[in-house]
Design a protein around this ligand. Structure first.
Ligand SMILES: [Zn+2]
Length: 407
């Protein structure tokens, strides 16, 4: 038999359900002569158990250290200790790691500095600064957060602006705003109607940040798929199925578009305030729209945290984005030392290696997170292979400029 051997031929015939074999009397076991053989029934497999291994034989580059020193502008080494309905209450913080835990990893991975965004305010903020920034000013930087639990006091606007001044005095280098604003904070803090991102009560806070040259790292909205039904068409079905509370579909939530528009009105109203729009402007699925915003708002920057899964599955578009906005993109991971259910966030050497591989190599079709299966969606990513000039800016130069760090 030309090209294929007899066994392969038999298998083909069987798979095609052709009855000629049975008709000759050499039927499959249990098959009545004259009846077609039964095709083997495909095995049923739960989606969560499906873990296909890629058969591609392509280059796998291990990037143990970044080519240039890194400033990770998005980490959570401390976080507010008490939360209700998605809103941090009170000043206390939980400290998730110590400098002694982190510095060896930072040295090994070429991380010059970590920015701890969630330093809370008041006593908690002072503690975070005391533990990290004061003893290691060249390795850690701490941001403050709004005191959401004060939101419904009558003098909130002024109180919050004064609190920014106090935080600045205490040593905070910027302000972090979680997606609490827009998705969780309500008129009575944890109940009532949702407060809008461009609510004028915050105007004095944004202006205070401009006055003290404190950049605002802001998380607005979430992936587009989180605003759609959790069904078989949702590309993040498994993730949302595991975390139904991450869904903002329905109920009284605004749409993704409404949230981003409110943010943009606020950016436009405060041109002197520098905004770091986290997670690639919270719209990594739509780089055309992020580009439009960067063109419109010279006070806007972005960082990469937890979005290399989006960037890396559109490597040609992403590479053009990096070329065009090379002065506006910073390195970030959203790393949390422990206590997180999200595998793409656990602070580990492996996490950093994946980011470096994505930025530095032209490797193809690899995991975007150190997890047994893709945590955000079932796809793989492609490296951007950025040139040194862009890598330097993304790894540290842009952050030095925005955060006021000496080279
Ligand atoms: Zn984060």
């Amino acid at each position: 038999m030309s090209g294929i051997n007899r066994r392969q031929w038999m298998r083909r015939v069987g798979a095609a359900g052709v009855s000629s074999v049975a008709a000759t009397g050499t039927s499959a076991k249990g098959q009545e002569p004259g009846n077609p053989p039964q095709a083997a029934k495909p095995e049923r497999l739960a989606l969560e158990d499906y873990q296909p291994k890629s058969m591609l034989h392509v280059t796998e580059t291990k990037v143990a250290r970044s080519r240039f020193p890194v400033i990770d502008v998005h980490t959570h080494i401390t976080i507010g200790a008490r939360q209700k309905n998605g809103v941090t209450l009170g000043e206390e913080i939980s400290v998730l790691a110590s400098p002694d835990d982190l510095l060896p990893v930072m040295d090994r991975k070429n991380i010059r500095m970590m920015v701890d965004l969630t330093g809370n305010y008041g006593k908690g903020l002072e503690e975070a600064i005391q533990r990290f920034q004061r003893p290691h000013p060249d390795r850690f930087m701490v941001f403050t957060e709004p005191g959401w639990d004060h939101f419904n006091r009558p003098d909130y606007s002024h109180w919050q602006a004064d609190e920014i001044a106090r935080a600045h005095q205490a040593g905070a280098k910027g302000l972090k705003v979680l997606k609490t604003l827009g998705l969780y904070l309500r008129e009575d803090v944890t109940s009532g109607r949702l407060v809008k991102i461009d609510d004028p009560h915050f105007d004095l806070m944004w202006e205070a940040c401009a006055a003290f040259k404190m950049p605002v790292a802001i998380h607005v909205s979430d992936p587009e798929a989180f605003f759609l039904p959790i069904d078989r068409f949702n590309e993040r079905f498994e993730e949302l199925n595991n975390h139904p509370d991450w869904s903002f579909y329905d109920r009284d939530f605004p749409s993704n578009k409404e949230l981003l528009e409110a943010r943009n009105r606020m950016f436009a109203r405060h041109p002197k305030t520098v905004f770091i729009a986290l997670h690639v402007g919270n719209n990594a699925e739509n780089l055309a729209s992020v580009s439009e915003c960067l063109d419109r708002f010279p006070n806007m920057y972005v960082e990469l945290a937890a979005r290399i899964g989006e960037l890396g599955r559109q490597p040609r578009t992403a590479r053009k984005f990096f070329e065009k906005y090379q002065d506006r993109i910073m390195f970030g991971t959203d790393a949390v030392p422990n206590g997180t259910e999200t595998p793409q966030q656990v602070l580990s050497p492996k996490l950093y290696e994946i980011y470096y591989r994505f930025l530095e190599t032209e490797d193809e079709y690899f995991d975007y997170a150190p997890a047994p299966k893709p945590p955000q969606g079932r796809w793989q990513i492609y490296g951007l292979g950025l040139p040194d000039s862009i890598l330097r800016k993304v790894y540290h130069q842009n952050a030095e400029r925005v955060l006021g760090i000496a080279d």
